[in-house]
Design a protein around this ligand. Structure first.
Ligand SMILES: CC(C)(COP(=O)(O)OP(=O)(O)OC[C@H]1O[C@@H](n2cnc3c(N)ncnc32)[C@H](O)[C@@H]1OP(=O)(O)O)[C@@H](O)C(=O)NCCC(=O)NCCS
Length: 160
C-alpha cells in the first residue's frame, strides 16, 4: 500500500536519509526551503507501515507549476511510488489553477524521462551542459488547462 501525504519539517530527517542514496543529494537548507517556502507542495510517499520511501517537491509561481525533485528509495522502485506522487502533484497544481507544469531532467535519465512522458510531459527545450559539461537538461512541459484533476492520472493509459 502506498500512502502519500503532505510533508512537514517533522519529515526532514527521513527525507535527508533518503537523499543520502543519491550522488547529488540536496542539502538540508534546500529541503528546509521546500518544506517551508511559499507556494510549495512537498509530498512524502510511505509504504505500510510507514517509512518514507519517496519524496517529491513542487512549486507554483503564478500559473506555472514546477516539479523540483522526485526521488524514490532504490528498494522501492518500479512499485508506483513516483506515479502516485506525480499524479498528486498534478492534481494539486490543477486545483491551484496552474496552466502547465514544467520540469528539468537530465536527458540521459531514462527512468525519469519515461515516467514524465507517461504523464503527458513533452520536451520543449534542451539546456546544454546544464548539469555539467556534456550533461544536458531536457525541459519538459505538461499543459494543464482544461484538464480534469480526476483524469490527470489516466494519461498514460489513454496514450500508450
Ligand atoms: C525516476 C524515479 C523517481 C522513478 O520512481 P519509481 O517509483 O521507480 O517509478 P514508478 O514505479 O512510479 O514508475 C512509473 C513509470 O515510470 C517509468 N519508469 C520508472 N522507472 C523506470 C526504469 N528504471 N526504466 C524504465 N522506465 C521506468 C515506467 O514507465 C514506469 O511505469 P511501469 O513500471 O508501469 O513500466 C526513480 O527511479 C528515482 O528515484 N530515480 C533517482 C532520482 C531521479 O532521477 N529523479 C528524477 C529527477 S529529480
Amino acid at each position: 500500500m502506498i500512502v502519500v501525504e503532505s510533508a512537514s519539517l517533522d519529515d526532514l530527517a527521513d527525507i535527508l536519509d533518503l537523499e543520502a542514496h543519491f550522488d547529488t543529494p540536496w542539502s538540508e537548507d534546500s529541503w528546509r526551503e521546500e518544506l517551508t517556502g511559499g507556494g510549495r507542495l512537498t509530498l512524502v510517499a510511505r509504504d505500510c507501515p510507514g517509512g518514507v520511501a519517496g519524496v517529491a517537491a513542487f512549486q507554483l509561481v503564478d500559473e506555472v507549476a514546477d516539479l523540483h525533485r522526485i526521488v524514490v528509495a532504490p528498494g522501492h522502485r518500479r512499485l508506483g511510488f513516483a506515479r502516485v506522487m506525480l499524479v498528486s502533484g498534478l492534481q494539486w497544481a490543477i486545483g491551484c489553477g496552474a496552466r502547465r507544469m514544467m520540469l528539468e531532467v537530465d536527458s540521459a535519465n531514462d527512468p525519469a524521462v519515461r515516467l514524465y512522458r507517461g504523464y503527458g510531459f513533452t520536451p520543449v527545450a534542451t539546456r546544454r551542459d546544464y548539469y555539467g559539461t556534456g550533461v544536458d537538461a531536457l525541459v519538459m512541459e505538461r499543459r494543464l488547462e482544461g484538464v480534469d484533476a480526476d483524469s490527470v492520472g489516466m494519461w498514460d493509459l489513454e496514450e500508450n
